[in-house]
Design a protein. Sequence first.
Length: 54
Amino acid sequence: MADKKRQFNVRIDGELVEWLKNYSKDSHRKVPDQLTYILEQEKARAEAEQNPTD
């Protein structure tokens, strides 16, 4: 079964929104794609921290 993207609303400080827009533009991504990328990276970092392989 293919993953379905879900939509949800979130309130974010205006300064952070502007930063996200600029970061997205610099990365040649759309804002939702950039936000997904950031969240995926943080998820991977958090999971690695919780489950060290050493």
